[in-house]
Design a protein. Structure first.
Length: 292
C-alpha cells in the first residue's frame, strides 16, 4: 500500500479477523495499555525502527490509531526511568511529523498530554530534564507542535520555571526534587552520579541550553538545534570492520568516548579503549549508545 492509501483500523481488524489473528493482537491497535506494554518490552534500536515504520503507515489519516499510539506513548513516558525515554520520544517525533489531515489535531492533543505527564514527573530530576531535551528537539522539527507551543506560552510557563530552578542535580535526600522516579533507581544509579563535579557541570550546561530553546519558542524565534540525537538508522545495515573507530555515548556526562573495534561478532562488537589497550568491552550492534 502507498502511504496515501491508509489502512484503517476497522479494515485492519477485519482483515486480521479473516485470517484468524488472536483478539489480543487486534487490541494492539485500539488499546493503549496493551500497546504500551508492547513498546516497553521492545525498546531496542531495531525494534523501534521497525515499529516506527509500521505505525507511520497504519496511522495515515487514522485518528483512532493515532489516539491509541499517543496515549500508549504517554503511559511509557510516565513509567520508565530517564535512560529509557529516548525511544518513546523518538516514536512521538515520528507521530507528530506525519503530515496528513489530522496533524493539527494530533499536535494539540499531544501538547496537552505531554504537559500532564511532565508535571506528574516534575519531581524526578533526570527524567524531567531528559524529557524536556527530547521535547525541545521535537518542537524544532514539528511545525504544528512549534505553532502550538509558541501560541500558548501561558500553558507551559511552568517548564521555564522548572528549568530555572533546577540547574544542577539535586542532593540525594532533597525534599523538593529527587534524582530518579523510584527508590530502586536511586539505589541502582546513584553511586555513579553522586557529587561528580564533571557530571554536575555537564548537566548544568544541558539545563541552560534547554532553557534557552524554550525561551526562543516563547519569543516565536526560529529554532536551530545543531544536532540529531535520535541515531535510529539501523546499525544492522552498516558494516563494521576491525580497527574501525566508533563513538560510545556516555549519558551520565552527556559526551562521547572514541573506541576501536577489536573484533566483530554476530550481534556484538568487542571494543578496545583508546587509553588502555588491555581493556576491552562488549556492546550490542543495535545499542542506543553506539555511533559510527
Amino acid at each position: 500500500l502507498e502511504p496515501t492509501s491508509p489502512l484503517s483500523t476497522h479494515a485492519l481488524t477485519g482483515c486480521m479477523r479473516g485470517i484468524g489473528v488472536e483478539a489480543r493482537v487486534k487490541e494492539l491497535f485500539v488499546n493503549p495499555k496493551i500497546l504500551s506494554e508492547l513498546l516497553k518490552n521492545n525498546l531496542s534500536k531495531i525494534a523501534i525502527t521497525s515499529l516506527s515504520k509500521a505505525f507511520a503507515h497504519i496511522s495515515w489519516n487514522n485518528m483512532e490509531f493515532k489516539t491509541c499510539w499517543l496515549k500508549a506513548l504517554m503511559i511509557v513516558i510516565d513509567s520508565v526511568e530517564y535512560n529509557a525515554l529516548k525511544q518513546p520520544f523518538y516514536l512521538l517525533n515520528v507521530l507528530l511529523n506525519i503530515s496528513d489531515a489530522t496533524a493539527d489535531t494530533v499536535s494539540s492533543m499531544a501538547a496537552i498530554e505531554i504537559d500532564t505527564v511532565l508535571k506528574n514527573n516534575s519531581k524526578a530530576f533526570y527524567a524531567t530534564l531528559h524529557a524536556l531535551e527530547f521535547l525541545a528537539i521535537i518542537i524544532s522539527s514539528s511545525v504544528n507542535l512549534y505553532k502550538w507551543y509558541s501560541s500558548n506560552p501561558s500553558k507551559w510557563e511552568w517548564i521555564l520555571e522548572w528549568l530555572q530552578d533546577n540547574q544542577a542535580p539535586p542532593a540525594r535526600f532533597s525534599s523538593s526534587v529527587r534524582p530518579f522516579k523510584s527508590k530502586d533507581s536511586l539505589t541502582e544509579h546513584y553511586s555513579s552520579f553522586s557529587y561528580d563535579y564533571e557530571a554536575s557541570r555537564t548537566i548544568k550546561l544541558k539545563a541552560q541550553k534547554i532553557l534557552e530553546i524554550f525561551i526562543q519558542v516563547k519569543r516565536k524565534e526560529d529554532l536551530k538545534i545543531p544536532y540529531d540525537i535520535w541515531n535510529y538508522s539501523s546499525c544492522y545495515e552498516d558494516k563494521f570492520t576491525k580497527d574501525q573507530q566508533v563513538w560510545i555515548r556516555d549519558d551520565r556526562l552527556d559526551c562521547f568516548d572514541k573506541k576501536k573495534v577489536a573484533m566483530v561478532l554476530d550481534e556484538m562488537l568487542c571494543l578496545a579503549s583508546s587509553y588502555d589497550i588491555n581493556h576491552v568491552e562488549f556492546i550490542e550492534i543495535e545499542s542506543d549508545l553506539l555511533y559510527k
